[in-house]
Design a protein. Structure first.
Length: 484
């Protein structure tokens, strides 16, 4: 880079003094003869005023160039450091949808880096050798803003990697599955981000509206399964379009969101809700979001059937029959917005059936003065462990099967590290629960078996994709290894 600076300076001086028919070596020699501290005093008498002014014009340009290059080098150094830290920590697997950047196409404009909503809190994208790179893979949560601003279409949004596959149902760009009339939106389709799920719910319902414009003989236009972010948004969109709709939720308003830990921050950006408009959220906790949704539900008059579970979806000549634990619904279309966590992933070990084992944290206070084991390595597990450890009298152990928390946000990893260092909780990497007893739990770590005193266990190992249910409808589930 120093050579570039020297060549630029020589070029500027050559233009300023207007030396004709000179090669680079001659110019460089001329520059050397007059680049002493007394350079201004030794300018040739023949140099005219306008040539001197040209020199004054070009020197600021050179200064700007030097400043720009040094700034880019600092940015690249930071990006390299971030990538190296991620690789050393084993944080190289994106948890959800993420950008795959074609470096042969990338022109290095940096638009994607600037557009990432996670910046500056998390460094997800960076520039290395004038090409965009995913430098913080574990912090990418699938906003997709990078692809939208790329001027040369060098970014493809993909699920999974060569090492870690992600099961995803096959869905078209309009959210319709390979079964005509059945649509999927939100977390079930791989989009766990609440803001994204809300938008997908609205867009999917727009596709449904186009479908049901054609005459049909079903009593209902659409059955929406799930009242989480995607299902709630879709229900509002259907209500605004005066569709004949039935929304079914097996638990309560909010779906999976309703079972997040108390006071969990769930939304950090504005969202657009049908019948409501743009809601300028900044930082919203779980309870605030659920309360807001309840107010919207009441004001709009939408009808959601709670504590009703879908058992099957069967095709008919002109639509579907949706069988629930209460009744049957005949409908032209079905929108599945059920999430991926409805069926929690279990440990499959002896003693797991005991009452002290649960699969989600509702209130950390109930674990005061207890010995608690949290199993998992994602954000839910880390947040559960830290919130319980903050309660008085608790003894918390966090068990994770891998060597690093590759799927958790940086702030949660840092909080775990701080609390581990102060002795507020214990972290067991590369560990697996082997069996559960009434007052203890047996854990294996690197071939060593340890019995840990225990009163309660929270398994936060994610949810199982309802593959059998989807396949019974005719929807194909594929494992993505770095593909769109």
């Amino acid at each position: 880079m120093g050579t570039a600076y020297g060549i630029l300076a020589v070029s500027v001086l050559c233009v300023a003094v207007h030396i004709d028919n000179c090669d680079l070596n001659h110019n460089f020699g001329y520059f050397c003869r007059y680049s002493r501290p007394t350079f201004a005093q030794k300018l040739p008498v023949s140099m005219s005023t306008d040539r001197f002014l040209m020199l004054l014009y070009f020197l600021p340009l050179a200064a700007v160039f030097v400043w720009y290059v040094r700034r880019q080098l600092r940015k690249e150094s930071y990006s390299r450091t971030t990538l190296e830290t991620a690789e050393e920590s084993g944080l190289t697997e994106p948890p959800t949808l993420h950008p795959d950047i074609d470096r042969n196409v990338c022109i290095g404009c940096g638009n994607c880096v600037a557009a990432c909503p996670e910046h500056p809190e998390h460094v997800v994208l960076g520039m290395i050798r004038n090409k965009a790179r995913l430098v913080g893979p574990s912090d990418c949560i699938g906003h997709g803003a990078c692809k939208a601003v790329c001027p040369v279409d060098a970014i493809t949004l993909v699920f999974g990697t060569a090492r870690r596959g992600v099961d995803i149902p096959q869905v078209k760009p309009d959210f319709e599955t390979e079964v005509p009339g059945v649509f999927i939106a939100g977390e079930l389709g791989g989009m766990g981000l609440i803001g994204t799920a809300i938008e997908q719910g609205r867009q999917a319902m727009e596709s449904v509206i186009r479908l049901v414009k054609k005459p049909h003989k079903n009593p209902l236009d659409v059955v929406v399964v799930g009242a989480g972010p995607a299902g709630f948004s879709a229900t509002l969109a259907a209500n605004a379009a005066n569709l004949r709709i039935r929304t079914i939720e097996q638990e309560e308003l909010g779906g999976t969101v309703a079972h997040f830990p108390r006071s969990k921050l769930v939304l950090t950006r504005p969202v657009e809700l049908p019948q409501v408009g743009k809601v300028k959220f900044k930082e919203v906790q779980k309870e605030q979001l659920i309360e807001f949704w309840r107010e919207v539900e009441k004001k709009t008059g939408i009808d959601i059937s709670y504590r009703e579970r879908v058992d099957s979806v069967q095709p008919t000549a002109d639509g579907f029959v949706v069988q629930t634990n209460r009744q049957k619904y005949q409908t032209r279309a079905v929108l599945l917005a059920i999430g991926r966590r409805g069926t929690p992933r279990k440990l499959g070990v002896p003693g797991e059936e005991k009452n002290k084992v649960v699969y989600r944290l509702t209130d950390p206070e109930q674990y005061r003065n207890l010995k608690v084991l949290v199993v998992g390595g994602g954000d839910s597990a880390l947040e559960a462990a830290t919130s319980i450890a903050a309660e008085s009298g608790t003894s918390v152990t966090l068990s994770y099967r891998s060597a690093a928390f590759t799927r958790a946000k940086l702030k949660n990893r840092e909080k775990i590290e701080r609390m581990s260092q102060t002795g507020q909780l214990r972290v067991m990497f590369n560990s697996n629960v082997k069996s559960i007893q009434d007052d203890s739990v047996t854990i294996e770590t690197a071939g060593t078996v340890e019995t840990v005193p225990n009163d309660a266990i929270i398994v936060s190992a994610g949810g199982i994709l309802p593959s059998k249910f989807l396949q019974s409808i005719g929807i194909t589930v594929v494992t993505k290894h770095g593909t769109a």
